[in-house]
Design a binder for this molecule. Structure first.
Ligand code: ADP
Length: 546
């Protein structure tokens, strides 16, 4: 049987040898002497074997103590006797072999810890019980060691005797302190950046949250985190979005989304969540992510958005006034020319005889003036579309992201959720970035307005980009709004066509002009379900098609 190296062999009463039956009545003396010799020989061999085993065990024990930085000790308070293993001498910083005393141990104890250690030892002696405690040693070179002491009483209650072990735990303490410090740094960094971490195992496992995540959700750190507690903090209008988000994350998809929380005191918080799934060693999916409180940013954007739309309205009104004045001026002149020519023409025809040739000339003049008026109208249309587009490479995804960021306030006011599904690796298109952004912004605004009265389904806009089969770049804006009748699609793009009480009916006309001046096409179609989709496609920037 293999013996545990630390298991010191215990000597039985006869060490496994035959009991000594040497002296027996009637046995001859030589026999008795012979038996005695055999017994002594076997006893001596037995002791040698035991001593060797003991030495081996001691060596194992010393080695184990060295490796674990542990020393063992024995102490009998009533006599003051004390014994240390080599490990204990090393731990205490004394030369191995000198006679140890309790005072020597107390001398090493850190002065700040001494009263507590003395009290603990006094209580152990008084109660005859064991003890377990940690304290510091102040070494002669000024260094400090942390030790953990465990001992138990093996004596009688009135006369206790202790055996125990002291372990150097300085390294653990340092590691623990380092860990605590980096946790504190992390918590501080999270607080400063208003970013928290979270994680949960898919299928309803435990949630792990950082302090900052608790703060963002306004939940108490001691409260258990449950799916229900989380959803209770989500703004009611965003519940569907967040549920879908959780489902997507638990399917292992990446998540990158903003939504709002509604705290019990009525405060709304805007948060941006990024999460993705990771598989643990057993193949179970865990969702890990970060959540950032972006309320401050959204508030200032909202304020900026308000200013911007007010500015746009003022500019629009001013622009429209200027436009009307210019139309009145430019069209007024040829029109009065037409009227003058027409009355001259009538007068000439009324003469006796009729001046047919003169009438023909003035009629031609009337036609020329009418052509001029038509030209002005065509010019106004061109003006509405803005200046001729520049032909620079435009990243439509980036341009769309910018529009989405700027439209956030408008989306929120319309209680609409926006999802961007932007294709990767799109070639740039050739054109004027600002004008193309104007188109996306018009389509987005119309989508939000079309969902204004929708209460029975989520108000959702999806802006998607894709690469067309012919290499063109397509962008579509799909909403869940009121939609339109299939036969109406053509009219929507007519200038001044509007179904809105305060609409101007210019947005789609301008958008179509812009897209067409970029060599593309803008179309509208009702969705299979509720809502409509507006889409355009543009040729790629020359030489970049993949
Ligand atoms: P306005 O928004 O001022 O009415 P537009 O030219 O942008 O001018 O739009 C013209 C009309 O087209 C709108 O009044 C509306 O009837 C229709 N329309 C535009 N976008 C949508 C949409 N997403 N869903 C349904 N109808 C729309």
């Amino acid at each position: 049987m293999r013996r545990d190296p630390l298991d010191v062999p215990r000597a039985g009463p006869a060490g496994g040898r035959e009991p000594l039956e040497i002296v027996a009545p009637g046995r001859p003396l030589p026999h008795m002497l012979h038996a005695l010799c055999r017994y002594l020989e076997s006893a001596s061999a037995d002791w040698e074997r035991r001593e060797a085993e003991l030495r081996r065990s001691e060596a194992f024990l010393a080695q184990a103590q060295r490796l674990t930085r542990t020393g063992s000790l024995w102490w009998k308070p009533s006599t003051g006797e004390i014994a240390w293993s080599d490990g204990n001498y090393r731990l205490m910083g004394y030369p191995v072999g000198i006679t140890p005393t309790v005072e020597m141990a107390m001398e090493r104890c850190h002065p700040d810890d001494l009263p507590r250690v003395q009290e603990t030892l006094a209580a152990a002696v008084r109660d005859g019980a064991g003890a377990e405690f940690e304290h510091r040693l102040l070494m002669p070179d000024g260094s400090v060691k942390h030790v953990r002491v465990v001992f138990q009483s093996v004596g009688t209650p009135g006369d206790p005797e202790f055996i125990g072990a002291a372990t150097d735990i300085t390294e653990w303490k340092r590691a623990e302190e380092g860990l605590r410090r980096s946790e504190a740094y992390l918590a501080e960094a999270q607080r400063l950046s208003s970013t928290g971490n979270f994680g949960w195992s898919a299928g309803g496992g435990r949630h792990v949250w950082s302090d900052e995540t608790f703060r963002i959700f306004g939940l108490d750190r001691s409260a258990p985190v449950t799916r229900r507690a989380i959803l209770e903090r989500v703004h009611p209008e965003e519940l569907d979005t967040v549920r879908e988000l959780i489902a997507r994350a638990e399917e292992g998809q990446d998540v990158d989304q903003e939504f709002r929380l509604l705290l019990p005191d009525g405060e709304t918080r805007h948060v941006h969540v990024v999460a993705h799934g990771v598989r643990d060693r057993d193949g179970r999916l865990e969702v890990v992510g970060a959540i950032r409180d972006v309320t401050g940013e959204r508030r200032s954007e909202e304020a900026l958005g308000g200013l911007r739309s007010e500015l746009a309205r003022v500019a629009g009104v001013a622009g429209l006034g200027a436009l009307a004045a210019s139309i009145a001026h430019e069209v007024g002149q040829p029109l009065s020319g037409v009227v003058t020519s027409a009355s001259t023409c009538l007068r000439m025809l009324a003469r006796e005889p009729a001046d047919v040739e003169g009438a023909r000339r003035t009629a031609r003049r009337a036609i020329r003036d009418a052509d001029r008026a038509a030209g002005v109208i065509a010019g106004v249309r061109a003006l509405l579309a803005g200046r001729p587009p520049a032909a620079e490479p435009v990243d439509l995804n980036a341009a769309t992201r910018e529009v989405a960021a700027l439209s956030r306030g408008e989306l929120q006011r319309g209680r609409a959720a926006l999802r961007l599904e932007l294709a990767g690796d799109l070639p740039p298109v050739a054109g004027d970035r600002v004008q193309l952004q104007q188109v996306v912004s018009n389509l987005l605004r119309n989508a939000v307005e079309a969902m204004g009265g929708v209460e029975d389904r989520p108000r959702q806009v999806v802006v998607r980009t894709a690469l067309g089969e012919d290499g063109s770049v397509c962008l579509s804006v799909k909403d869940s709004g009121v939609g339109f009748e299939p036969g109406e699609a053509g009219r929507l793009f007519d200038a001044f066509y509007t179904t809105k009480p305060d609409g101007m009916g210019i947005g789609l006309a301008v958008s179509r002009s812009i897209v067409e001046s970029h060599g593309g096409r803008l179309r509208a179609a009702p969705n299979d379900g509720p809502g409509a989709t507006f889409a355009f496609s543009l040729p790629p920037f020359p030489g970049t098609a993949g």
